[in-house]
Write a protein that binds this ligand. Structure first.
Ligand SMILES: [Zn+2]
Ligand SMILES: [Zn+2]
Length: 557
């Protein structure tokens, strides 16, 4: 299988990690980090360049080009494999601990025999951690919290990762047995943010399925029980579970296994139960409109008012505005013109460009001069494409005290401001809430970006007093983003109903840094649908005039 640029970049980043663990030459480390960065930003696949062209790309020295050749042949390279053999892979997992760099991981491994998250936990609990050079007792509580969080979430999988494995699994089974059905069920089918198992329903007989699965790659064991079959794969954090049913009843079973107990009981109590081969037919026979999988968690959906709004739920086809995205002015990959072309060809009707502000230096935040250069470029694009609006937006950093980046004069010149927190993400609830309230109440911002700063299964994000935030957003006309990046999915869909009731509008945005990130909408839309989000409440589903009117943006409309 051909690796993508991002996957190849990951190999170089991994080598940089091992070199840091080893305490190697910083110049060498920087060279590989830079190569990884360059790879992520290449406009086409790295193997489409000739060797000569590669050598001319800044960031690719001779050593890198040579390793790219090896990757092309074998999917990896010797130097990396040498380090993979030298160190236990569990050190890579330790790299997820926030506040623990590879250098310290190396010291912990060499001098304290710490080689896994469990070892690290013991080392924190028995106090040996404070003996590690560079770790002060002040940072230990934060390390402790991060390690605990990672350990607690170890046997869970992000939805997008689960979805990828599930597709491969289904393809494998279907290519071996074309007559049978195999469908997703459980939390995998209902698009939960994180999964504890991958569940399937099939009408392929048990013996036949076991025979097929005995050849599955990385198989670590198959167990049979009354519930069905349980499959464990070597490199998968969660089990695969398979239930069986008759073809004639498979649809009814899928409804049952994709519903919460509460929802299914309410459905059967009110409308009865029939055996049916498809879900559509099941609902038709009961005389109930088809309830999409993502809504089968709450029986309130079965009430008359709600059943009538099912066809107004957000869908990918309803999207109009490409609201939060980054160009190569900050940490995005693409020039604005390319981004605009792509967004337009995907059927969007306007673009709100929001590169990072100055404070986010690590993410290439724009200096005042760069901003002026960007605005001139946008002016040119506007002249060349008068029928496709681009707004001069910014993803403005909310500073730790709640003040906003840049000076007020400059801030007034933006068409649109998304304010986000990117620093000091470990605040307590009061402090974090105050910080965001101050930004919202400034009256200068239009939208709050990824409100909790969480990274699913990696970082919990800061706690917030939601009621206060929603109230302030509603009275200041500030919308809240549902960041569709599957690592974030922030704001959590479970909070959306409360936000809507407080009078806040939501906007599903990809926060795209690469063109492929446009695909994140799939995750954001399903999360929104789980919350029952309709087109009327999702700003990115509005046309440009409605968008401008809502935010009183006069300059463009
Ligand atoms: Zn951000
Ligand atoms: Zn962003």
């Amino acid at each position: 299988m051909k690796l993508s640029n991002v996957e190849i970049a990951r190999l170089f980043s991994e080598l940089a990690f091992w070199l840091q663990v080893e305490g190697d030459n910083p110049f060498k480390i920087r060279a590989y980090t830079r190569a990884a960065d360059t790879l992520k930003r290449l406009p086409k696949h790295v193997f489409e360049y000739t060797e000569e062209e590669l050598k001319n790309i800044s960031g690719f020295g001779k050593a890198i080009v040579e390793k790219l050749g090896q990757i092309r042949q074998s999917g990896t390279f010797q130097t990396l494999e040498r380090y993979r053999n030298k160190y236990p892979p569990s050190l890579l997992e330790m790299a997820k601990v926030s506040g623990l760099g590879p250098g310290k991981i190396g010291t912990l491994y060499r001098d304290f025999h710490v080689q896994s998250l469990e070892d690290l936990w013991t080392c924190i609990e028995d106090g040996c951690i404070t003996k590690v050079k560079g770790i002060s007792s002040k940072v230990v509580p934060k390390l402790r919290e991060s390690v605990r969080y990672l350990l607690d979430n170890r046997h869970r999988l992000r939805y997008d990762e689960g979805e990828r494995v599930a597709k491969q699994f289904i393809d494998f089974v279907r290519s071996a047995e074309r007559r049978g059905h195999i469908w997703t069920i459980g939390t995998l089918a209902s698009f939960d943010n994180v999964l504890e198992s991958l569940d399937f329903l099939t009408d392929i007989p048990t013996d036949r399925l076991q025979e097929i699965l005995s050849g599955y790659p990385h198989l670590d064991g198959i167990k049979q029980s009354e519930e069905g079959t349980r499959v464990q794969l070597r490199d998968l954090a969660v089990p695969i579970r398979i239930r069986y049913g008759q073809t004639s009843n498979l649809g009814s079973l899928r409804v049952q296994y994709t519903s919460s107990g509460e929802f299914f009981r309410a459905l059967v109590d009110r409308f009865g139960y029939v055996e049916s081969p498809t879900e559509e037919d099941f609902f038709r026979q009961l005389g109930v409109p088809y309830v999409p999988v993502e809504l089968r968690h709450n029986p309130i959906v079965l009430e008359g008012d709600h059943l009538h709004t099912l066809d107004k739920l957000v869908e990918e086809t309803t999207l109009r505005g490409f609201v939060h995205c980054h160009s190569n002015y900050s940490d995005g990959v693409w020039p604005i013109a390319t981004l605009m072309e792509e967004v337009r060809s995907r059927g969007f009707s306007y673009l709100v460009l929001t590169d990072h502000s100055q404070y986010a230096r690590y993410a290439g935040g724009l200096t005042v001069e760069e901003l002026h250069r960007q605005w001139r470029e946008i002016d040119d694009l506007r002249r060349a494409h008068p029928d496709f609006p681009i707004l001069k937006g910014i993803e403005l950093d909310i500073l730790p005290d709640g003040s906003l980046d840049y000076d007020e004069d400059l801030r007034r010149q933006f068409d649109f401001i998304i304010a986000s927190v990117h620093s000091q993400l470990d605040m307590e609830e009061d402090q974090a809430t105050e910080r965001i309230l101050r930004a919202v109440q400034s009256g200068e911002i239009h939208m709050l970006g990824h409100p909790t700063g969480r990274l699913l299964l990696l970082r919990k994000g800061y706690p917030l007093h939601y009621e206060k935030i929603f109230e302030a957003c509603a009275s200041n006309g500030v919308a809240i983003e549902l960041n569709a990046n599957p690592r974030r999915l922030d704001i959590d869909w479970r909070r959306i109903e409360e936000a809507l009731q407080a009078g806040v509008k939501i906007s599903i945005n990809t926060d795209a840094h690469r063109l492929e990130d446009v695909d994140y909408f799939h995750y954001g839309i399903t999360a929104g649908r789980k919350a029952g989000l309709t087109v009327d409440d999702n700003i990115s589903s509005w046309d440009f005039t409605a968008f401008c009117e809502h935010f009183s943006i006069k300059r463009m409309c």
